[in-house]
Design a protein around this ligand. Structure first.
Ligand code: MG
Ligand code: MG
Length: 273
C-alpha cells in the first residue's frame, strides 16, 4: 500500500534527505586515490550520528556498515573494506539516514583521480537519466512513465539498465510501495498522487544489463565486468509536481562544480540550515 505523506511529514523527510546529502558532500572531498572505503564509512557514520540521526543501512536486513560502497563493476550493495581506491576507479556511494522516524536515501558515483572518457560519459548519462525520470514523477503519470524515461534515455546511449534492483517508495520504512523500476512502459503501473515520496535511482551499466551476485550475499556486479553507475534522489510530489528533497549541492560545492540541474525540481527555496 502506498503511504501518502502530509506536508509536515514531507518537511521532516527533507531534513533526513539533507543529512544524507550533506554526508555525500563531506565524502566528496575525501574520495581520492589511497583512501579506503572503510575510512569513508567511518566519516559518514560519525557525521550522521552528529546530526542526531541513525545510519539508515547499518543493520538494515543485517547490512554491516553505514554506506554501500560499490567500485567499478559493482552495481550496488558493496561492503566497505580496507582496500585503497586507486586512480581511474569510480565509486558509487549509497547513503541512508533515519531522523524523526523518516528515512533519507541518496547515492552518487564519484570519479577517483583521472577516469577514462567512456566511464565519465556513463556517469554523465546516468545522472541525466535520473532527471529524465524525476521529470515524469507528477500527478497524472504512472510508475511506468518514470521507468520508460530512464530506460529510453540510457538505452539510446547503448547502456544496460539493471533489472534486478529498483527504486522505491520512501518514508518510515526505507523501502515502501511502490517499486520504481528504471525500465517500463508508458502509462503502466500505479498512478502518482500528491504526497507520494519515492527514491528514484537508475543503476546503469556500460555494457550488458545482466548482473551477478557475489558470495558475500550482498555485492551485485555487472556480468561482463564493465563499470556501472548509480545516482539517487528522494522526490516528493507537491502541487502535482516533483519536488527534490535531496540535493547534490554539497557534492558540487566540494568538487567546485556549477550546476542548475536541480532548479526545475524545487518549489521550496533550499535553506542552508
Ligand atoms: Mg540508496
Ligand atoms: Mg534507494
Amino acid at each position: 500500500m502506498i503511504k501518502i505523506k502530509t506536508r509536515e511529514e514531507i518537511e521532516l523527510m527533507r531534513e533526513s534527505a539533507l543529512i544524507v546529502s550533506k554526508t555525500l558532500g563531506i565524502l566528496a572531498a575525501e574520495v581520492k586515490p589511497g583512501v579506503t572505503t572503510l575510512q569513508l564509512d567511518k566519516i559518514a557514520e560519525e557525521f550522521i550520528r552528529d546530526q542526531q540521526a541513525i545510519p539508515g543501512f547499518l543493520g538494515l536486513y543485517d547490512f554491516p556498515n553505514t554506506l554501500c560502497m560499490s567500485p567499478n563493476a559493482q552495481v550496488v550493495h558493496g561492503i566497505p573494506n580496507d582496500k585503497p581506491l586507486k586512480n581511474g576507479d569510480i565509486i558509487s556511494i549509497d547513503c541512508g539516514a533515519l531522523k524523526n522516524g523518516f528515512y533519507g536515501d541518496h547515492a552518487y558515483t564519484f570519479e577517483v583521480g583521472e577516469v577514462a572518457e567512456e566511464t565519465k560519459k556513463l556517469l554523465k548519462v546516468t545522472k541525466e537519466s535520473l532527471y529524465e525520470g524525476i521529470r515524469e514523477f507528477k500527478v497524472g503519470n504512472r510508475v511506468g512513465d518514470v521507468g520508460f524515461a530512464i530506460q529510453n534515455y540510457c538505452e539510446s546511449h547503448g547502456y544496460g539498465v539493471v533489472r534486478e534492483l529498483v527504486g522505491h517508495g520512501l518514508g518510515k520504512k526505507m523501502h515502501e510501495d511502490p517499486e520504481m523500476p528504471n525500465y517500463g512502459k508508458r502509462g503502466r503501473g500505479k498512478k502518482f498522487k500528491n504526497g507520494m515520496v519515492v527514491a528514484i535511482e537508475p543503476m546503469i551499466n556500460l555494457g550488458t544489463h545482466k548482473t551477478i551476485h557475489l558470495k558475500d550475499g550482498w555485492t551485485i556486479l555487472t556480468a561482463d565486468g564493465k563499470p556501472s553507475a548509480h545516482f539517487e534522489h528522494d522526490v516528493a510530489i507537491i502541487n502535482g509536481k516533483p519536488e527534490l528533497l535531496s540535493t547534490f549541492k554539497y557534492v558540487y560545492d566540494a568538487l567546485g562544480i556549477q550546476s542548475d540541474e536541480e532548479d526545475e525540481f524545487r518549489q521550496t527555496e533550499l535553506t542552508n540550515k
